[in-house]
Ligand binder design. Sequence first.
Ligand code: CA
Ligand code: CA
Length: 209
Amino acid sequence: MTKLDSLNEVFNRGLAGVKRDISALPDFEARINKLEADLNRRLEGVKRDTSALPDFEARINKLEAYFNKRSSFIALSASSLVGIHGKGIYIRPNNKKDYNSATKFCSDIGGYLVEISSEEENSFIRKTFTTDWVIILGGSDRITEGNWKWAHSGDRIPMRNQIGFQKWAANEPNNHASNQHCVHIRPNGEWGDYDCQLEDYYICEVDLI
Ligand SMILES: [Ca+2]
Ligand SMILES: [Ca+2]
């Protein structure tokens, strides 16, 4: 083989290689295109995830608030009278508040000022919490005089002559001095209306489910 033949052979081998590479190019391009499309899809996914972040943060914040409420509730229950009835935990902190402050306090621990909707619940409250003092309940006629409602549920509190559960004492509610718009339970389990500004013991009801 002459030197020229040898060079020619090397050239031809090289050319065949280049031809192979070139013939592989469409595939290569297709693969690049596929990768690019894949990357774009992932990028869209990342963008979606990022746009979902505020929601995620809001949910975390909500959970945190819930946890904090439950934590204060647990801390509080150590120094309070606590009872469990039906679907709720009832807690009577060892201090007195007026209606608005008591309402806010119960809300802060994830509950509401107690509402009584049956003889059984009333009897539970009386036996568990009342001794020789009155306890503020979560209802009023502050919006419209004589139109009594539970604050949390919005349910009507019937008058003595109306259908539905109520435990008004004789001659109550009497709106004494035109200044009694909140309701409390007395040691004997009966209810009376009283001045919402007065500070008394109160019960928070916290639903378990
Ligand atoms: Ca009233
Ligand atoms: Ca009264």
